[in-house]
Design a protein around this ligand. Structure first.
Ligand code: ACO
Length: 414
């Protein structure tokens, strides 16, 4: 396979060449509340807070974490370093990274009682995100510090969660297949731990790097539904475990993180390149959303899809089992972007090609969204912590459209 770094560099170059000249509505700079903004349904356009963590320029298709472009992080960083960057606001020095990594390794083992809880549920018939949600909730019951809502205590819990998620997801993956979980081992990175605890096999270098890049790409993305959910929950001074549980529940949905598995089911449903057009016509007639396409913020090509698409293409060389699915995806992308790109600004999002990459790595489709959670927990916690520093409970209003002076009628007279 072509050097991964070259592929990412080429994707960055393409993104630069194709950057829209259109200006974005102003989402940077200083802000003073109350702020005037036009708000659409689903809080579209609403300014809920200010942040230094990350920025999505949806018009140009840019994504930055703490000022660093996603293309640079994907080429040069690791998920550990990126998580540190999100949590602490700066790239670590070698000794800071070593200390952070030491903590991650200390916290990474899944307690036996959590494995027992997973075994108690009908795990083969439980969506892995639901299993993960329960496991994280139970972890909170085991941690005596969970109810300390100081920034320092919640930061420590955040590191514990970032450390634990790979082996938790790994345990869920194995139990689903009737296999005993394995604990993390040795000097494995978080990406290697995820792969090792899912398969029980030593991950090779290529798969480990591919997973690392996937984790970097999914780590943070503005006020998306699951991040906002996590922040809303944490803003009541609940606890970080519960807030992350809420984030997992939100990410599971097919309109959000759950789209990555739906893309694979869609491509399988289409079945062949020849069926793409008739399938698309029927889907449009039925007003079906094309999974992995469209985005509330991106009205341009998602930079993460710019990286994942070429990675999927390169993997096809050595993985003929995904080549047909990839060809279907490319053809569907062309039809959708030709027909809806100019008018509705519908382009592939991060979920469109990630599943093909995971499929080539031999990962079960139902595990795609839990892998997303393994990554996004760093963004969820970083943003919840940042907000906690100047916390104010989230509490929007709804416009009431019902009656206001209804007369109460006793039940026997209704
Ligand atoms: N396929 C076809 N048409 C679409 C799609 C799509 N995937 N997405 C949006 N549209 C159309 C809508 O039908 C609508 O058309 P209309 O104006 O004629 O009614 C218009 O584009 C605007 O769409 P909304 O649904 O209002 O956009 P919204 O911002 O509410 O939704 C969302 C964004 C949920 C991502 C949507 O594009 C979607 O459902 N996509 C498919 C699911 C998906 O891939 N989700 C993952 C997003 S990335 C992430 O969360 C990790």
């Amino acid at each position: 396979m072509q050097e991964i770094r070259d592929l990412v560099r080429a994707a960055a170059e393409k993104a630069r060449q194709e950057t829209s000249e259109e200006p974005e509505p102003k989402f940077t700079g200083t802000v003073e509340f109350p702020v005037d903004c036009a708000v659409g349904r689903g809080l579209e356009g609403a300014i809920a807070t200010d942040t230094k963590i990350g920025y999505v320029n949806g018009t140009k298709g840019w994504l930055v974490y703490r000022g660093y472009e996603i293309f640079d992080l994907a080429q040069f960083s690791t998920f550990e370093e990126t998580s540190y960057l999100l949590l602490y606001g700066k790239l670590p020095t070698s000794s800071e990274l070593a200390a952070f990594d030491k903590k991650l390794k200390e916290y990474r083992n899944v307690p036996a009682s959590v494995i027992q809880v997973l075994k108690e549920m009908p795990i083969k018939d439980t969506h892995p995100m639901s299993a993960l949600r329960t496991a994280v909730s139970f972890l909170g019951n085991l941690d005596g510090t969970a109810d300390d809502t100081s920034v320092e205590a919640e930061r420590e819990v955040s590191i514990k969660l970032i450390a634990l998620f790979p082996a938790l997801a790994g345990a869920v993956a194995r139990l689903r297949k009737g296999q005993e979980p394995v604990q993390p081992k040795g000097d494995h990175t978080l990406a290697q731990t995820l792969l090792y605890t899912m398969t029980g096999k030593e991950p090779d270098e290529l798969n480990a790097r591919l997973m690392d890049i996937n984790l970097i790409l999914h780590a943070d993305h503005g006020m998306n539904a699951s991040t906002f959910t996590t922040m809303v929950c944490n803003s009541s001074l609940s606890d970080m475990y519960g807030s992350v549980v809420a984030g997992i529940a939100s990410l599971k949905g097919p309109l959000h993180g759950g789209a990555n598995e739906q893309v694979l089911y869609t491509l399988e449903e289409i079945g062949s390149e020849g069926n793409v057009e008739p399938w698309y016509e029927k889907a449009r007639a039925e007003k079906r959303k094309i999974m992995g396409m469209g985005h509330r913020v991106y009205k341009a090509y998602d930079p993460r899809a710019r990286i994942l698409g070429p990675l999927a293409a390169a993997l096809c060389e050595d993985h003929p089992e995904v080549a047909e699915i990839y060809k279907i995806a490319v053809k569907l992308e062309k039809i959708v972007t030709d027909q809806l790109g100019a008018e509705k600004k519908i382009f592939p999002n991060v979920d469109y090609y990630s599943g093909i990459v995971y499929r080539a790595m031999g990962i079960e489709t139902a595990m795609f969204t839990p892998i997303f959670a393994v990554s996004r927990v760093s963004g969820w916690t970083a943003r919840a912590l940042e907000y906690l520093e100047t916390n104010r409970i989230f509490r929007p209003r709804a416009i009431y459209t019902g009656p206001v002076a209804a007369e109460y009628v006793p039940i026997e007279k209704r």
